[in-house]
Design a protein around this ligand. Sequence first.
Ligand code: PEP
Ligand code: MN
Length: 338
Amino acid sequence: MILVLKQDITREHIDALCETLESRYKVKTNPIYGKEQTIVGLVGDTSRVPEEEISNFDSVERVVKVQEPFKRANRKFHPDNTVLNVNGVEIGGQKVVLCAGPCAVENQQMITEIAAGVKEAGAVLLRGGAFKPRTSPYAFQGLRAEGLHYLKEARDCTGLPIVSEITNPSQIDLFMEYVDIIQVGARNMQNFELLKELGRHKRPILLKRGFSNSINELLMSAEYIMSEGNPNVILCERGIRTFETATRNTLDLSAIPVLKAKTHLPVFVDPSHASGFASYVEPLALAAIAVGADGLEIEVHNCPKCALSDGPQQLLPEQFAGLVKKARAVAESIGRSL
Ligand code: PEP
Ligand code: MN
């Protein structure tokens, strides 16, 4: 439920209204102070809130019911786009954000070299897996804490904020120390205990869509994080499972405009895991920008053939640089920039 307030209402009135609503109806209030209009979102069990009575409050212009189960992530609750600032990098604003780096951190030298390469090409965020959720327990599992340490060193050299995946709530302290944006991977999108724990901090979360999850389920997972108090969520479409076997997953391009309509949160696309093949990454990346993605997450390796994970889908730094040139042209054609 959303209360659209009258235009001349003062801050004291808004505070008093929120207090009344919270104590009387046992709901949480979420005021958004807009330039033109202030709205107050109500979350929790709103079934006992008497719509008639509330719409007659002096300060209330009208009451809007929100049918969707996601509230804080809902664009109706927050009509403007959410723009995050991560160490000076704006996410969700006019610029399309490029996040690049290897699937996994394999050693210190490779991550430092790749970080320098992707930065020179135009990336503003560095990705690298340290805790790798692999299908096989016999496959490379990541360097774990050592990997995070190397990422931090790469950040010290390049200034690029770090994105890395968490796989378990027990790693949170470590991630708070090292990682600027905590990634929740497709396999953990519905690990609700992990989401709740991440919601108790303010560190930005890059939440990837599970390969068999609907758009609404993705939004409900964002809601888990936000309902605990962390509003800093970025969504990421990374391909879903379909009957098609020519690509690793099927990139659901329609999810981007759908998400942009339903939520105010920034939306990224990962064309690397979506396609599984380096040669398809560039066309999908360009398409993602064309349909409104706020950022791209792309795997880049200095020797894809020798990579310990996801070799076939990783780009060389020079291939990534070529992609960035074309991405800039596409972004400019729709009134954005890199
Ligand atoms: C990754 O980005 O490293 C990754 C494992 O992606 P996903 O969770 O989308 O499979
Ligand atoms: Mn990977």
